[in-house]
Design a protein around this ligand. Structure first.
Ligand SMILES: [Zn+2]
Length: 479
C-alpha cells in the first residue's frame, strides 16, 4: 500500500493549511534581540514566539515536545532505537530596507511567498513540519523515531545546537532543509587564523636596520572580515629618502600600468595610498581582487623600514595571488572536495604596535588540520608571527554510499524525475551540526537564491514540492 502513496497529491490536499500556517509563522519577527533576552528566551522574545509557534503546530499533530531552555527544542514521533533528525532553524537575519511588500506580511505575490525567512529557514521548517504531519496522518508504520529539531540562533553563533547536543541525543542520521537540492554531503574544514607579530617578537629577530629607506610604513589596513576578500586597503607612509610627491607619482603610474583602482593623497608630512579591490566570499578568493595584497605588492617597489620590509615581503611572497597555499607549502587538492583555499581577509599593521594578518583557510577532508597547520606554524616563524586559531570547524562528510545519502537521492529522483547529483561545498550548512547529516533542499537547482536579501521568497510550487519530498524522505528513512 505504501508503494502507491502519491506524496505530491497528498501534500496538495493540505496546501491551503500549509500556506496559512507558514504565513502566520513568517509574520513573527524572529530576529536576534538581546534586549528582550531572558531565561528560557536566550535570543529574545521574537525567536521565543516563533519557537512556540512551531512547537504548537507539532503538538497539535500529535508529536511529543521538548524545550531545551529556549536554545532549541524538538518534536518527536515514531518508535524504535534509532533516531532520524530533521534540523531546522526559526531565527532569521534582520530584514533590511527596500522591500516591495512588508517583510513580515508574508504575502503571496505572483506565486511567491514573500517574507524574511521564506526560504531561510522558516518556510522550509514549516515544510518539514507538514511533511512529518503527513506521515503521521497517513498512519504509516515506522521502525524508528523521528525528531524535528528547531534551532534558534543559526544566523549568529550556533549556540542553539551547541547547547542542545550537550544534553540531547544525537540522531543516528538526519538532514537539514536549509540549503540546496539535490543534496550537500561534504563541507570543507573551516579555520579563522590570526598571524600576529608583536614588536617584541620582531625585535628578537635582530634584523639589521634598513639603511637609506625611501619611506617608513606608519600603518597598513585592509578588509574587515576573514571570510571576505578585502575591497579596500590603505597604507600610510612617512617619506624618507623619497619625497611624498615622488611616492604618490610612482603609485599613480603603477595604477595606470596595472589597471588597478586607487588613489594617493599627500598631507601632514605623510602619503596615504588607497587601493580598491573586488570583494567576494572568502571560500573562492581567486574570483576577487584582494586590495590588501595588491597594495602590498606595490609597496614592495619601495625600500621601506626594516619591519615594514619584512611584513610586506612576507605577504607578497606567501599570499599575493596565492589562493591555494602553494607558496606556503600547504596546497592540497582533493578529487572530491576540491582544493584547500587561503583567504587573507584582514590586514592590520601599526609601526608602533602589532602586525597582523587574519586568514580564512578552508580544507578538504583528505588532509588533516595538524598536517597543514604544522607546516604553517614553522613557516610563520620566518616572519616572527605566532599562529592563533580563532575558529576551527573540521571538515564534514557523509560517505556517498551511506543509506542516508542513497535514500534521499532516490526520493529526490522519484519525485522530480531529475538525477540527484551530490554536492561538496567550501561553506558550512546547518547539516554539519549532526554527526551524520546532510543538507537537503529547499532551493531547487537553477532557482535564484534570495536568502538574506530583500524580497526573500519561496515559490509556492517549490514549497509544496519540497514538503512532498520531505514527507517521503522521513517515511523512507524511518520506516
Ligand atoms: Zn538558514
Amino acid at each position: 500500500m505504501t508503494k502507491n502513496i502519491d506524496w505530491l497529491a497528498q501534500t496538495q490536499k493540505r496546501q491551503e493549511e500549509l500556506l496559512e500556517t507558514a504565513q502566520a509563522f513568517l509574520r513573527i519577527k524572529s530576529v536576534l534581540d538581546p534586549e528582550t533576552a531572558r531565561e528560557g528566551a536566550p535570543f529574545g522574545e521574537g525567536i521565543r514566539e516563533a519557537l512556540d509557534f512551531a512547537l504548537q503546530v507539532c503538538r497539535q499533530a500529535g508529536m511529543t515536545i521538548k524545550d531545551v531552555d529556549g536554545y532549541a527544542a524538538h518534536a518527536e514521533f515514531g518508535a524504535g532505537d534509532e533516531l532520524i533528525g530533521i534540523l531546522c532553524h526559526v531565527d532569521v537575519v534582520p530584514e533590511g530596507d527596500g522591500w516591495s511588500t512588508p517583510p513580515y506580511a508574508a504575502q503571496i505575490v505572483d506565486g511567491k511567498l514573500v517574507a524574511r525567512g521564506a526560504i531561510d529557514d522558516k518556510g522550509p521548517a514549516m515544510a518539514a513540519i507538514f511533511a512529518a504531519k503527513l506521515v503521521l496522518e497517513l498512519g504509516l508504520p515506522l521502525s524508528k523515531r523521528v525528531r524535528l529539531i528547531f534551532g534558534t540562533d543559526e544566523e549568529s553563533s550556533w549556540k542553539c545546537v551547541q547547547r542542545y547536543f550537550q544534553t540531547e541525543e544525537m540522531p543516528t542520521m538526519g538532514f537539514t532543509p536549509d540549503a540546496d537540492f539535490p543534496l550537500i554531503y561534504a563541507e570543507k574544514g573551516l579555520t579563522d587564523l590570526k598571524w600576529r607579530q608583536t614588536i617584541e617578537a620582531f625585535r628578537a629577530l635582530n634584523l639589521p636596520a634598513a639603511s637609506q629607506a625611501e619611506a617608513a610604513l606608519v600603518s597598513f589596513t585592509a578588509g574587515r572580515r576573514m571570510n571576505m576578500v578585502p575591497d579596500k586597503a590603505e597604507a600610510v607612509l612617512k617619506p624618507l629618502q623619497m619625497t611624498g610627491t615622488q611616492i604618490a607619482d610612482r603609485y599613480r603610474q603603477y595604477l595606470s600600468e596595472t589597471g588597478r583602482t586607487g588613489h594617493a593623497e599627500e598631507g601632514n608630512g605623510q602619503v596615504v595610498l588607497m587601493m580598491e579591490g573586488v570583494s567576494v566570499h572568502g571560500m573562492d578568493p581567486g574570483k576577487g581582487v584582494n586590495a590588501g595584497t595588491e597594495l602590498i605588492h606595490f609597496l614592495r617597489t619601495l625600500s621601506l623600514d626594516e619591519r615594514a620590509s619584512l611584513y610586506t615581503s612576507f605577504v607578497d611572497r606567501y599570499l599575493h595571488h596565492e589562493h591555494h597555499g602553494a607558496a606556503l607549502g600547504i596546497a592540497h587538492l582533493d578529487a572530491e572536495m576540491g582544493a584547500l583555499t587561503v583567504n587573507p581577509g584582514v590586514f592590520e599593521y601599526q609601526a608602533d604596535g602589532d602586525a597582523l594578518i587574519q586568514v580564512n583557510i578552508r580544507y578538504p577532508h583528505s588532509v588533516s588540520f595538524e598536517e597543514w597547520s604544522g607546516v604553517l606554524t614553522g613557516l610563520l616563524q620566518e616572519g616572527a608571527f605566532a599562529l592563533e586559531v580563532v575558529e576551527h570547524l573540521p571538515p564534514h562528510r557523509v560517505d556517498p554510499n551511506h543509506p542516508l545519502v542513497t535514500t534521499l537521492q532516490r526520493v529526490y529522483t522519484e519525485q522530480t524525475g531529475e538525477e540527484a547529483g551530490i554536492i561538496a561545498i567550501g561553506g558550512a550548512t546547518y547539516g554539519r551540526s549532526l554527526d551524520v547529516g546532510v543538507a537537503f533542499g529547499p532551493l531547487f537547482p537553477g532557482r535564484p537564491d534570495s536568502a538574506h536579501q530583500r524580497d526573500e521568497y519561496i515559490l509556492v510550487e517549490d514549497l509544496i514540492k519540497a514538503t512532498a519530498i520531505y514527507a517521503q524522505a522521513i517515511y523512507e528513512l524511518a520506516k
